[in-house]
Design a protein around this ligand. Sequence first.
Ligand SMILES: [Zn+2]
Length: 44
Amino acid sequence: MVQSPTEFFKTLPPKQCVDCGDIIDEQAESYLNQCDHCLSKAEE
Ligand SMILES: [Zn+2]
C-alpha cells in the first residue's frame, strides 16, 4: 500500500449503508446513512 497524506484520511472507519451494508463513498453526504443506490430507491 502506498503511504501518502491522503491515505491518512482513508484509515478512518468507513461508513456503511444501513440498508444494504455497502460502504458509502466518502463523497456522499456525510449526514446520510444510506448509499446513493438506496437513497434513490427511498425517494420513490
Ligand atoms: Zn445501500
